[in-house]
Design a protein around this ligand. Structure first.
Ligand code: FMN
Ligand code: SF4
Length: 382
């Protein structure tokens, strides 16, 4: 337990700077010292350096499964597959102690089962899964000690998942409720993003009620949370924890390229837009920095359609993974696989980067260490 920080005033009396402690968060019997989940950030932003640093500081560190086979193969200097890459990254994220897991997006259909199996076999503390409804997650392989945590944007989505998982004899170990201010893909239609009813504080009560009804598991809120005070505010409203992305994107340990981090520091409010037509081939609105080179090129349809990565392919009528709208249409879609790989420094010379951020990116003024950020967020320093 941390002791209050004190200093003497002129009369010699001690002044306390201690803020009330954040509550702990227990997920599937495991205790997080601080109720902070570092959100999975693909492609290649939350890898083991970030996740292990967060885990060491008492939060839940999360690597992203997106395009992990390519990123880990490059790091190891030998070609490995999806299962091995998920295994390797989770094992390394856990290697410094603390709790760590993986984010696996439903939209990455082709690699989904192998990512889940690799993470489970490596002993992930949690699998967090959204960008679609993870209806089959508990059926892939027995999760043992791993917590299975869906991401939803409404109570209705949580109910659908719980009812499906009931048939698989599983109940979520927690749920992430992500509101419309988040980075990455958003679980809202364009015309729903600015509705008052979709503000995180208004989405929380019905989702909390549903979580209580379906087995009383923790609710972790995400999207636009920035300070210790924000965390306390949501805890007071009934949240059990928070998931944060953008603040961890701008840390020393995040694996975003230096240019990406610089673009985050420079971004003003007006620079942050929700991309849609042109947008993500996954069909969901996607928040980006307007000056991302790939986004700017997509506004002018400059990149010729070319599919050489294939992570978001869907099955065609014959059951082959061959369908992605960005393969044929460069007016309405950008090639998200290549844009995000480039922003992680993977293929920077061949493809332009695409920078995704949450709305709060405009408040980021510099890069800090995970330790400094976790101290600030848990109220230990201002
Ligand atoms: C750079 C970046 C990449 C992200 N990638 C993913 C991802 O791969 N999968 C996912 O479920 N969420 C992803 N997210 C969402 C975060 O995990 C998190 O829930 C969200 O950003 C929270 O909002 P905040 O950024 O305002 O803290 C991403 C967010 C950012 C900023
Ligand atoms: S066209 Fe681009 S975004 Fe679509 S699957 Fe191929 S590489 Fe990925």
């Amino acid at each position: 337990m941390s002791l209050p920080r004190t200093e003497n005033n002129s009369s010699g009396a001690a002044l306390s700077h201690q803020k009330p402690q954040l509550p702990q968060l227990v997920i599937k019997g495991k205790t997080l010292k601080v109720p902070i989940v570092q959100g999975g950030m693909g492609v290649g932003v939350s890898l083991f350096p970030l996740a292990s640093a967060v885990a060491s500081e008492g939060g839940l560190g999360i690597v992203s499964s997106a395009c992990l086979d390519r990123l880990v193969s490059k790091r190891l200097g030998k070609r490995i597959g999806t299962y091995d890459a998920a295994y390797e990254e989770v094992a390394r994220a856990k290697s410094l102690g603390g709790l760590a897991g993986i984010n696996i997006m439903v939209a990455l259909v082709k690699d989904y089962p192998d990512s889940v199996k690799g993470a489970l076999d490596a002993g992930a503390d949690a699998i967090i899964s959204g960008a679609g409804l993870p209806l089959s997650l508990p059926a892939i392989q027995a999760p043992k000690d791993t917590a299975l945590i869906p991401i939803v944007s409404s109570a209705r989505a949580l109910e659908i998942i719980c009812k499906k998982w009931e048939k698989l004899r599983y109940r979520p170990d927690a749920v992430v409720l992500e509101g419309p201010l988040a980075g990455g893909h958003l679980g809202f239609r364009m015309d729903q993003i600015d509705l008052d009813s979709n503000k995180l504080e208004n989405l929380l009560p019905p989702v909390k009620e549903m979580a209580i009804k379906m087995g009383n598991f923790p609710v972790i809120v995400a999207g636009g949370i920035y300070t210790y005070e924000d965390i306390m505010r949501f805890v007071a409203m009934g949240a059990d924890g928070v998931q944060m992305g953008t603040r961890f994107l701008a840390t020393e340990e995040s694996s975003a390229s230096a240019e990406y981090k610089q673009a985050v520091i420079q971004a003003e409010d007006d620079d942050i837009v929700v991309a849609h037509r042109p947008g993500s081939p996954c069909g969901l609105p996607f928040r980006v920095i307007r000056h991302s080179p790939m986004y700017e090129s997509s506004l002018k349809a400059l990149r010729k359609p070319k599919c050489d990565k294939g992570y978001v392919l869907l099955k065609d009528a014959e059951g082959k993974f061959s369908v992605c709208p960005a393969k044929v249409d460069n007016k309405d879609y950008f090639c998200i696989c290549n844009g995000l790989l480039s922003s992680a420094g993977y293929n920077r010379t061949e493809e332009e980067p695409l920078y995704t951020v949450g709305t709060n990116a405009s408040r980021i003024g510099g890069i800090v260490s995970v330790k400094a950020l976790m101290d600030e967020l848990s109220g230990k320093s201002i």
